[in-house]
Design a protein around this ligand. Structure first.
Ligand code: SAM
Length: 265
């Protein structure tokens, strides 16, 4: 069976939901066995920047790091979700950050905004969001046009067999939408790097984080907060997941994460 027709709008509803975003971040943080935040800190510390555009900034996980850096002259965060931007705003205020700009705008339209298009940025980043663009090539080319002479574009997203144990269970019941499979596996290597490498020099770094879900409830809650939840298949998949826990005692799933750092040749 396939889920279709209103799949895209349901998926985008889930992709822009602030509670879902917070839920997934919490699960990964609480049950991950490796230090994702530490890995991101190392990436960022290697980059020189004073002006930053963070695309798909969500609730501000990366903005907080940039703001804490203290070298910033200009910090702009862009997201389509007003609720997530409000969460980012209160988190930034809570660390005493000032002078940042948060804009509710789709990434496809952000360069129509003169405050963005009139700037050249030292760092343009997008963590876990570029695959929602309706035109990845155009979005990337616009980023390049607005990159400072020795600036860096930093795109972070999943790759390879990311999420595959859960996908295997789910696909016994329904076929996952193409965007879910692509964004989780080949997007970075097939859709990001080939475009950026036409104009910029590329370095990639990868990180693996084993998430050990302690109960079927935690795993179900993670799935429910994901872009690939299907209420029509909830009961059947719960049975398979409970079966897995009865046999193995826990559920382990590796997150495969790639950072693509692109600089001028
Ligand atoms: C998985 S979250 C990542 C948030 C943040 N970068 C992080 O790593 O925590 C994806 C974000 O992309 C935003 N988003 C989805 N489609 C978008 C679009 N077309 N333009 C701008 N933001 C979008 C969602 O609202 C959501 O906040």
């Amino acid at each position: 069976m396939n889920i279709k027709s209103d799949t895209h709008s349901e998926l985008m509803h889930s992709a822009t939901s602030t509670p879902n975003l917070k839920q997934r971040s919490e699960v990964n943080k609480n049950y991950g066995t490796n230090d994702f935040d530490g890995w991101v800190d190392c990436l960022i510390n290697k980059i020189q920047f004073t002006s930053i555009l963070d695309i798909c900034c969500g609730t501000g996980n990366q903005l907080l790091k940039y703001a804490a850096n203290n070298r910033n002259v200009l910090l702009i965060g862009v997201d389509i979700s007003q609720e997530s931007l409000q969460a980012a705003d209160s988190r930034l205020r809570s660390i005493g950050a000032t002078g940042y700009i948060l804009k509710k705008v789709a990434m496809e339209d952000m360069f129509d905004d003169h405050e963005i298009s009139n700037q050249k940025f030292d760092l343009i980043s997008c963590f876990y969001g570029l695959y929602y663009s309706t035109d990845t090539k155009k979005t990337l080319e616009q980023m390049i046009d607005n990159l400072a002479y020795d600036g860096t574009i930093l795109i972070v997203g999943p790759y390879g067999n990311n999420n595959s144990p859960l996908f295997e269970i789910i696909e016994r019941h329904f076929i996952l939408p193409d965007i879910v499979k692509r964004s989780s596996s080949t997007f970075m290597e097939h859709e990001v790097i080939p475009i950026l490498s036409q104009y910029l020099s590329i370095n990639t770094e990868t990180f693996k984080n084993m998430i050990s879900y302690p109960s079927s409830k935690v795993l179900m809650d993670y799935w429910k907060a994901s872009t690939f939840f299907s209420s029509a298949h909830e009961n059947a998949i719960l049975l398979d997941i409970e079966d897995h826990f009865n046999t193995h005692g826990s559920f382990k799933m590796e997150k495969h994460i790639m950072a693509c750092l692109a600089r001028r040749l």
